[in-house]
Design a protein around this ligand. Structure first.
Ligand code: F6P
Length: 341
């Protein structure tokens, strides 16, 4: 069988583990040919292929990024995009396509599946906002990196008696913020799920610095916004492609805090550091399990699905049920962040 493979959307640690598992299991166990497409859906549209075999996956488990390359390109957003995908898949005699991606890639995958292609998707995103799965590849590593950064920022905050605002990624979800914020012992954790009141933030910081300590760590998700009608007028800043402008909310919040409290305040924008470098064992294992499950699904003819971690098990969920439906942070996790901060 000829099985296509692509990684789309933003990169993250753990993608190479999934690619390795697809190649090892697909070629090694079943003798399938694995055909890689470079740079996500862009490579499918352009017919940019790369045969994948054992030499390509040697020693890739510890490496970050994706050996296939990736792009933020969705064929369903372009006239003739799906037709171009179909033409390439036919020319390359691809019998099933494994797509590793976040929400945008999965949405395109569901459109291509509707056009008749046998698709198995694998969820990845540091944002952890793909529904249907407990975890997506990359999230665990991103939380680790953000937590380590908060730990480091703690010591310098304390030495200088400063308020340190730490902006983390996550797009419109606060998964990284609540997890890294709780793990790093942040004093305040601000998320898109729970719009903040700047007056309360200022009151809290003044009280804390008067009564308990002379430094504070404020973790803010890049998609967090102040409560509408409050005394801070700010809405999430979007760039040309609808992406959240890195640093915008962090900078603005630090400015407001400094102005209103008079405290020495600094901001750290963690940015793409959260997406780079070596994956944690959890992400290597998750990518490996998803890769094996994807090949098994192809072999069993179970397509139009996504691999998903549900409790202890990897299961298959219909792609149509998950694409375009972002997974929200549960209320109890938000509550823990509020209570402990
Ligand atoms: O979706 C992953 C993510 O890292 C988001 O957290 C962030 O908003 C976005 O990608 C950044 O995208 P880009 O790498 O295209 O700037």
């Amino acid at each position: 069988m000829r099985v296509g493979l692509l990684t789309g959307g933003g990169d993250c640690p753990g993608l190479n583990a999934a690619i390795r598992a697809v190649v090892k299991h697909g070629e090694g166990t079943y003798g399938h040919s694995i055909i890689g497409f470079r740079n996500g859906w862009r490579g499918v549209v352009d017919g940019d292929v790369m045969p994948l075999g054992r030499p390509h996956i040697r020693n890739v488990l510890p490496s970050g990024g994706t050996l296939l390359g990736t792009a933020r390109y969705h064929p369903d957003d372009h006239d003739g995009g799906i037709d171009a995908v179909m033409a390439t898949l036919e020319a390359e005699r691809i019998e099933a396509l494994i797509c590793i991606g976040g929400d945008g890639t999965l949405h395109a995958a569901s459109k291509v599946a509707e056009a008749g292609v046998r698709i198995v998707a694998i969820p990845k995103t540091i944002d952890n906002d793909v529904s249907g799965t407990d975890l997506s590849i990359g999230f665990h590593t991103a939380v680790n990196i953000a937590t380590e950064a908060i730990d480091r920022i703690h010591t310098t905050a304390e030495s200088h008696n400063r308020v340190m605002v730490v902006e983390v990624m996550g797009r419109h979800a606060g998964w990284i913020a609540v997890n890294a914020g709780i793990a790093g012992g942040a004093e305040l954790i601000l998320t898109p799920e729970d719009p903040f009141d700047i007056d309360q933030v200022v009151k809290f910081l003044k009280h804390r610095h008067r009564a308990h300590a002379n430094f504070s760590i404020v973790v803010v998700a890049e998609g967090a916004e102040p409560r509408k009608g409050g005394s801070m007028d700010y809405t999430t800043q979007l760039g040309r492609f609808g992406e959240i402008v890195a640093g915008a909310v962090g900078e603005r919040l630090a400015h407001e805090i400094a102005d209103r409290t008079g405290f020495d305040t600094r901001v750290t924008i963690l940015g793409h550091v959260q997406r780079g470098g070596s994956p944690t064992p959890t992400d290597r294992i998750l990518g490996s399990r998803f890769g094996v499950a994807a090949i098994d699904a192809v072999v069993e003819g179970r397509t139009g699905v996504m691999t998903a971690l549900r409790g202890e098990h990897v299961e298959l969920v219909p792609l149509s049920e998950v694409a375009g439906k972002p997974k929200r942070v549960p209320a109890d996790l938000i509550r823990a962040a509020q209570v402990l901060a």
